[in-house]
Design a protein around this ligand. Structure first.
Ligand code: ADP
Ligand code: MG
Ligand code: ZN
Length: 478
């Protein structure tokens, strides 16, 4: 019997505040190293932390959305360790009394959802960042003091894929709540994964390995899959798994030993003497609950149940609120939710990818996209032409009406207009027309070219061919 993986995640989400958690320095990514620092976040003697209320509200928003119990009185503690990126030599975190406890997150596709229980969510400050050798060795403290919510799951995930799904679900929730940017590449969302194997049902688990700082969804899955195989091989070979901290080496595709696992007592936690208890009053909590938006999972379900969208399309739309908002704005004036959904997940996403623009900054407003689709629905425009017009609108900022007129796509189906153009072309080139009637190959293509030139390339090719054929039919043809 195969041993069963037991996995728990510790996710760090940088909260979207304007300033840091204990000082007024800007929380800003990409600024010149050490330009966003002050005595507090540099840990200078005598400086005192003051808790940022926005950080608390964002953490509460997350806790409320995840169904956590909120502690009305929580506290901060010092977690002591030495590392060059930690200026005070201790992190201010919540230990015995976290802000949020319990709660859960549902993961997986609709119809096959699984509930993953949470342990806790607490507030803490981020550390600085070691700079690479290339930029000159040193430490950048701009990140030191950035507010973090640490979301800790119970050890109830069963595979690398489940861990990936959990993170993806959490990421879209964080984004929908405006709590965190959820950009793993920039490091504002980071994940450590704990993994042990249970040799047989009911048996105690083996030692737990902690995989540090996995910086992509795929990385999380791959690192866990590798670690499951590594621990499995050790068990099968009769060697125990050691409790240790390992990192993921993406290039080698393997987890690598970093250090023996520290124990809680190694950190010499004690209550932070410079901060009072964090008290959350009922009114504040009530207003936070009232202001929660429709959550992505609920939105996805509504799209499937009420709008009849396919599950995967609904899931794609609900990946980002901006995308969902765009879709809903279109669907308000187009009487076909599926067509709108396909348009957004197809055209809008593709053009975003090609132009490198975020959906939130997409240049064509949804009502213009809707105008195109209404034209298609009325039969005045082919879907293909609508897509071409849309590309023009994105590239040149044209309105739907402009793009259609300019590309002359409105001519499609205008048989009378095209017939008169063709009659004029035949009258202008009587010799070629005669050759064509006589069956000379290639002349019809040449005449088609003249029709295209006369319409500025706006003639519908199929209709042109049909009218031309009828006009140039040899007397004995029919
Ligand atoms: P630490 O502070 O040492 O990291 P915690 O008790 O806070 O320890 O647990 C951290 C994470 O470890 C949690 O996500 C939890 O679900 C997970 N975890 C606990 N026990 C196990 C286990 N046996 N195997 C895998 N993960 C586990
Ligand atoms: Mg840990
Ligand atoms: Zn500061």
């Amino acid at each position: 019997m195969n041993p069963v993986p037991v996995i728990g995640l510790e996710v760090h989400a940088q909260l979207r505040t304007r300033t840091k958690i204990f000082c007024g320095c800007r929380h800003e990514y990409g600024a010149r190293p050490n330009s966003r620092t002050c005595p507090v976040c540099l840990g200078l003697p005598g400086s005192l932390p003051v808790l940022n209320g926005s950080a608390v509200r964002l953490a509460l928003r997350l806790g409320a959305a995840l169904g956590c119990r909120i502690r009305t009185r929580s506290g901060f503690a010092r977690k002591n360790y030495f590392y060059p990126d930690l200026p005070r030599n201790y992190q201010i975190t919540q230990h015995a009394e976290p802000l949020c406890e319990g709660g859960w997150l549902e993961i997986g596709p609709l119809g096959a959802r699984r509930t993953i229980p949470l342990e806790r969510i607490h507030l803490e400050d981020d550390a600085g960042k070691m700079l690479s050798a290339r930029s000159g060795r040193g430490v950048d403290f701009n990140r030191a003091g950035v507010p973090l919510a640490e979301i800790v799951t119970r050890p109830e995930l069963c595979s690398g894929e489940e861990a990936r799904l959990f993170l993806r679900e959490l990421r879209r929730l964080l984004r929908a709540l405006d709590v965190c940017d959820g950009d793993m590449e920039k490091g504002n969302l980071r994940c450590d994964a704990n993994i042990s194997l249970r040799p047989a049902p009911g048996a105690p688990t083996g030692a737990r390995v902690e995989l540090k700082n996995l910086n992509s969804l795929r990385g999380v899955r791959k690192a866990l899959d590798h670690e499951i195989a590594r621990q499995g091989a050790r068990l099968a070979g009769g060697t125990a798994v050691a409790a240790e901290t390992r990192g993921w080496d993406a290039r080698r595709g393997a987890t690598v030993f970093q250090r023996a696992k520290e124990r809680s007592s190694d950190y010499r936690y004690f209550p932070e003497p410079d901060l009072p208890a964090l008290v959350v009053d009922e009114a504040m909590l009530a207003s936070i609950r009232r202001e929660l938006p429709e959550l992505p999972a609920a939105r996805e379900l509504r799209y499937v149940r009420e709008l009849g969208l396919a599950g995967d399309v609904a899931a794609t739309l609900c990946e980002s609120s901006a995308l969902a908002v765009y879709f809903e704005a279109m669907a308000e004036t187009v009487d076909d939710a599926r067509a709108c959904a396909n348009w957004v997940t197809g055209e809008v996403l593709r053009l975003c990818g090609e132009t490198g623009v975020d959906v939130a900054e997409f240049p064509v407003p949804p009502d213009e996209a809707a105008a195109l689709l209404r034209r298609v629905a009325r039969g005045g425009l082919s879907l293909c032409a609508a897509k071409a017009a849309f590309a023009t609108m994105v590239a040149e900022g044209a309105t739907a009406a402009d793009a259609i007129a300019r590309a002359g796509m409105g001519l499609i189906g205008d048989r009378e207009h095209l017939s008169s153009v063709i009659a004029r072309v035949i009258a202008t080139y009587p010799e070629q027309a005669a050759l064509c009637r006589a069956g000379k190959a290639g002349v019809a293509d040449w005449l088609t070219g003249r029709v295209m030139a006369a319409t500025g390339g706006r003639a519908d090719p199929r209709l042109t061919a049909e009218i031309l054929r009828a006009a140039l039919m040899r007397p004995d043809d029919g």
